[in-house]
Design a binder for this molecule. Structure first.
Ligand code: GRF
Length: 193
């Protein structure tokens, strides 16, 4: 991982597709003195992402990429990231799968948050599948992104107990609350802070 250099914060891009509660949370974290990161750029694959409102609110540059012509868009995006000297990418509810080439260009510098206790329940609809399988626990995971979906090295996890009356919606809410605690903690951990 890139070194956090004294008083200079790591320029970070957050990639989103939806509500952006993790993005908002990371922005709040980045404003704290102890944070090694600064959120400089927001990328979305969806112009309707609710989370894009945080770009305006906090005066952060935002860009939309549809990734329809994936190789072309990724090349353009890589140039923007390099021009802005972005040194860390945090995926936060980002639904496009990045190519191997893109990931290699940011090797060890892309993080993701996933709403399950990986390696269990990779992919989408985790809470529904967890309930269907009568799991006792679920949770969330922050991990490095590798070319294989939801399979990169795990940085931190938080486990929560599933209750008898839980629904996918209830679990999603509980897990999201934990995600907001876990992502900043995992960032501090990779910078040995
Ligand atoms: C989170 O549960 C995240 O783990 C998953 O998608 C959700 C995104 O929520 N990948 P938000 O957009 O950060 O509110």
């Amino acid at each position: 991982m890139a070194e956090s250099t004294g008083n200079k914060k790591i320029k970070t891009a957050v990639f989103i597709s939806g509500t952006g509660s993790n993005l908002n949370n990371l922005i709040q974290f980045s404003k704290k003195k102890k944070s090694p990161v600064l959120i400089n750029l927001i990328i979305s694959n969806n112009p309707k992402s609710k989370g894009l409102r945080f770009a305006k609110k906090f005066n952060i540059e935002r860009k939309i990429f549809y990734f329809k012509k994936k190789a072309y868009d990724e090349k353009k995006l890589l140039k923007i990231l390099k021009d802005r000297k972005i040194n860390l990418i945090c995926l936060a509810g980002f639904l496009t799968i990045l190519s191997k080439n893109f990931i290699q260009n940011f090797k060890g510098k892309i993080l993701n948050i996933h709403p399950s206790l990986l390696p269990k329940y990779k992919g989408l609809n985790t809470h529904k599948r967890v309930l269907k399988n009568n799991e006792k626990y679920t949770g969330c995971t922050v991990h490095f992104v590798s070319a294989k979906l939801d399979s990169g090295r795990i940085i931190m996890q938080k486990k929560i107990r599933i209750k008898a009356k839980d629904t996918p919606k209830k679990i999603a809410k509980k897990v999201l609350t934990q995600e907001h605690k876990l992502y900043p903690k995992a960032i501090l951990k990779i910078f040995n802070l």
